[in-house]
Ligand binder design. Sequence first.
Ligand SMILES: CC(C)(COP(=O)(O)OP(=O)(O)OC[C@H]1O[C@@H](n2cnc3c(N)ncnc32)[C@H](O)[C@@H]1OP(=O)(O)O)[C@@H](O)C(=O)NCCC(=O)NCCS
Length: 399
Amino acid sequence: MQDVGRTRSVGGTAYKIVRMAAPDAKAKGGLEDVVATSSAICWLDGDRGILAYCGYDIHDLARFATFEEVCYLLWHRRLPTRAELGDLQSQLAAARPLPEPVIRLMRMLPPSDGMDALRTLTSALAHYDREASDTSPQAQYRKAVRLTAQVGTIVATWGRLQAGGGVIDPDPVMGHAANFLYMLTGQRPNGTAIKAFDVALTLHADHELNASTFAARVAAATLTDLYSAVVAGIGTLKGPLHGGANAEVMKMLLEFGQNATPERVEDAVRAKLARKEKIPGFGHRVYTTEDPRATHLRQMSKELGKRAGNTAWFDMSERIEALVKAEKKLNPNVDFYSASTYYTLGIPVDLYTPIFAVSRVSGWTAHVLEQYANNRLIRPRADYTGPQYPQRFVPVEQR
Ligand SMILES: CC(C)(COP(=O)(O)OP(=O)(O)OC[C@H]1O[C@@H](n2cnc3c(N)ncnc32)[C@H](O)[C@@H]1OP(=O)(O)O)[C@@H](O)C(=O)NCCC(=O)NCCS
């Protein structure tokens, strides 16, 4: 800042012009590499491509755990016993049906973006939760369970209504992944679809201080209620640089078309790169190597495509991956192969980002509970770059 150290007079008072922040307080764009909190929930090593929830490697969880076990792990920092898992399954089953007024509100909303609907309807849930403003840890935990159950029902029911179907009540005997597919399609899903969807939920459940979790924690740190914190997370997840990328990937693949030749796809991707457009589903702030979630989703996309007798979307995705790696040295992230995976499962594109929320609500609530348990207001500083202080105030008639 020029003029630092000089004196200026304003309204008869002399002010010394000072730097507005300490000289070493230079902001790093996007808080890159800034450690903003301590957390016992999720660890990732971007250089080695490791992701672990409470110490458990994501590959083991994807292979062996169910989403419900992962929820328990995130909330309690340990895996459940069989009895504890049974209890959680019962609590989720009991919470899954939506309050009738929320279904009515859902019917009243105009056809709109799935994330907009989810944001509004999750917010509405708070009005029908008698414990909404109960801040005891027990009540906060019960709300975390309820929200996780109900976000799934909202997204599946929204998808069903948008497709012109009628509301399907959740089945208390089915797990979370199976219930979602059942409420969405009205048909009992097969084991392959359930496993694929359950793994997708596990892979998306938490990811340290990603943007939406940070937003939820910032909200929670003001001691606002759990619903408000989760709504902050939903609004943040919607953006195309975050969860919105999975739908953008599928829109791009559809734009190329199922029958597009490899040459056409490669030319189109090269043209995007030449225009400095970002290719959705590539790049990551933390991973410099393969995103370990993408490894599973690539495999799932391939296997589901084979089973469905159509690997066109997988083949196209692989070609794009090779090209973007060669041209930009960028790896696919969680969103790239989740697009063709969900498409092959018959899920409408508009639900891809809401499905991310169906899973991530478990991580958001785990982080919010952790924030409440050891809270301090999150209030960082900015490196001021605006007009010098003090400016002489000029009345509006004289400007
Ligand atoms: C994820 C993401 C937001 C990370 O952003 P970031 O850490 O701020 O990285 P930047 O946006 O600064 O990108 C660094 C460089 O890589 C390039 N880059 C990053 N992602 C890219 C992509 N998907 N396609 C093409 N180029 C990309 C940038 O253009 C930039 O190049 P430059 O230095 O020549 O200007 C970014 O990679 C992105 O926008 N990806 C696409 C959206 C997406 O898939 N989001 C989901 C994330 S899980």
